[in-house]
Design a protein around this ligand. Structure first.
Ligand code: PGA
Length: 251
C-alpha cells in the first residue's frame, strides 16, 4: 500500500508575510489529517518562515527548484544544500520550468541526483503538451521524460522518488484530466516505464501523483483511482480547497 501524498505548489505566489498568514490559517485543519503525507512548496524567500511554522507538525516542506552544483559562481541560483537546510522535498522539472526556463530532461536528471545527494525527496514532474496529446505522442513523451530524466539512478535512489503526472494542457486551465484517463496513463505508461528503468517492486512502490486543475470538487475522482497516490496542487493550494483536497485523499 502506498501512502497518499498531497503537495501544494504555490508557484510564484505569497511573500514571507503572506505565507505566514496562509500557513497559520491552514495549519490546524492540515495537522488533523495525519493519514496523508502533506507537503507545502512556497517560493524560496518564504521557506525559512514556513519551516518554523511547520516544525514538529508532521507536515513536509518543499522547494520548487534547485541548482545541481553545491556552490559557486551561479548568480541567482540556490544549491541543494541551501534547500536541504529547510526542506525535505523539492519539485523538479515542472512544465513551467521546462517551458519558460529551458529545463530539459538532462538538467532534470542533474537536479534529481543533486537533490538525492543531500537527502531531499524529488517530486519529479512529467507530462505531455496539448499538441503532443492530440498527435498521440503521450506515451513517447512520458517514456522519454522518465528514461532520460531518471538516467543512471540506482534502484535504491528510484525508491526515494515521487513522480507527478501533470498533463501540460490541464495545468492552470480549469480543464483537468478525467480520473480514469489519468489512471490509465499511470497504469499503462508510467509504471511500466518505471519498471523498465528500475524494477517491478520499485515501480509499484513509487508514489505517483496527478496534477493539473485539481480542486476540492474533483479531487475524490483522482484519489478513487488505483494507480493515483495523491496530487500536486497549484492554484487550489492557496485556497480553502486545499484542505478539502487533503481530506479527500484521507478517504
Ligand atoms: P494547477 O497547477 O493545480 O493550478 O493546475 C498544478 C501544477 O502546476 O503543479
Amino acid at each position: 500500500m502506498r501512502t497518499p501524498l498531497v503537495a501544494g505548489n504555490w508557484k510564484m505566489n505569497k511573500t514571507a508575510a503572506e505565507a505566514r498568514r496562509l500557513v497559520t490559517e491552514q495549519l490546524p485543519a492540515l495537522q488533523a489529517i495525519a493519514a496523508v503525507q502533506r507537503v507545502l512548496c512556497p517560493p524560496f524567500p518564504a521557506l525559512m518562515t514556513v519551516a518554523e511554522l511547520l516544525a514538529g507538525t508532521g507536515i513536509g516542506l518543499g522547494a520548487q527548484n534547485l541548482h545541481w552544483e553545491a556552490s559557486g559562481a551561479f548568480t541567482g541560483e540556490v544549491s541543494p544544500q541551501m534547500v536541504g537546510e529547510f526542506c525535505q522535498y523539492v519539485i523538479i522539472g515542472h512544465s513551467e520550468r521546462r517551458t519558460y526556463f529551458g529545463e530539459t530532461d538532462q538538467t532534470v536528471n542533474r537536479r534529481i541526483k543533486a537533490a538525492l545527494g543531500v537527502g531531499l525527496i524529488p517530486i519529479v514532474c512529467i507530462g505531455e503538451t496539448l499538441a503532443e496529446n492530440e498527435t498521440s505522442q503521450t506515451a513517447a513523451v512520458l517514456q522519454r521524460q522518465l528514461r532520460d530524466g531518471l538516467q543512471d539512478l540506482t534502484i535504491e535512489q528510484g525508491g526515494k522518488l515521487v513522480i507527478a503526472y501533470e498533463p501540460v494542457w490541464a495545468i492552470g486551465t480549469g480543464r483537468a484530466a478525467s480520473g480514469a484517463g489519468a489512471n490509465a496513463v499511470v497504469a499503462d505508461i508510467i509504471r511500466p516505464t518505471l519498471q523498465q528503468v528500475f524494477d517491478h517492486p520499485t515501480a509499484q512502490a513509487i508514489q505517483v501523483l496527478y496534477g493539473g486543475s485539481v480542486t476540492g470538487a474533483n479531487a475524490a475522482e483522482f484519489f478513487g483511482q488505483a494507480e493515483i497516490d495523491g496530487a500536486l496542487v497549484g492554484g487550489a493550494s492557496l485556497k480553502p480547497d486545499f484542505i478539502q483536497i487533503v481530506q479527500a485523499a484521507a478517504r
